[in-house]
Design a protein around this ligand. Structure first.
Ligand code: HEM
Length: 149
């Protein structure tokens, strides 16, 4: 039963993560007034929750003895591809994460954040969205034994 719950949570991360990253991109492209910032930060927070959920449930599924056992995943080229792509998303996220945190702090302190990187952050957000879609395909092939040694 635990494995079913963890599996459902792993898929729920996708259900909330993909719309969140799309909406964060839209907010970055739109006008960044008070409501614009609110939309941006709400989407950004949900995107963060999805990332955490992916990592915790993914690690449990891979190494918590819930599915096919660690040996299956460690021996799968597609598992490593999936991890590489996930790490790429995490690496791409460093700059947006720091920048949006700075914007939050600036607004909270009554200041005006420098939003000149918004366009570049939109590009990164879009790339992250494409990577998540790619990861879903890699995951589905991995789960069916493709890429096993
Ligand atoms: C962007 C991040 C991620 C996405 C979009 C994603 C997506 C998916 C999807 C759609 C499946 C179901 C595949 C299927 O049954 O057809 C799956 C399964 C799985 N994922 Fe992820 N995942 C992500 C991150 C992770 C991470 C970080 C880990 C491990 C550290 C992980 C480990 C697993 C494992 C072990 C399975 C079970 C495969 C099986 O049924 O044998 N995932 N993932």
């Amino acid at each position: 039963m635990f494995s079913a719950i963890v599996s459902a949570l792993h898929l729920l991360a996708l259900a909330i993560g993909l719309p969140a990253v799309y909406l964060r991109g839209r907010a970055l492209k739109g006008r960044l007034d008070r409501e614009g910032f609110q939309r941006l930060f709400a989407a950004d927070s949900v995107w963060g929750v999805a990332a955490g959920l992916w990592l915790v449930t993914g690690l449990l599924r891979a190494f918590g003895g819930l599915e096919k056992g660690s040996a299956f995943y460690l021996g799968s080229r597609l598992f490593w591809l999936k991890m590489g792509l996930f790490l790429l998303v995490v690496a791409l996220e460093i700059w947006p994460m720091i920048t949006l945190m700075r914007w939050r702090v600036a607004l909270r302190n009554g200041g005006t954040p420098d939003t000149s990187p918004a366009r570049a952050l939109y590009g990164i957000t879009h790339a992250e969205m494409a990577l998540v879609v790619l990861i879903v395909f890699v995951a589905a092939f991995m789960a069916r034994g493709f890429g096993a040694h």
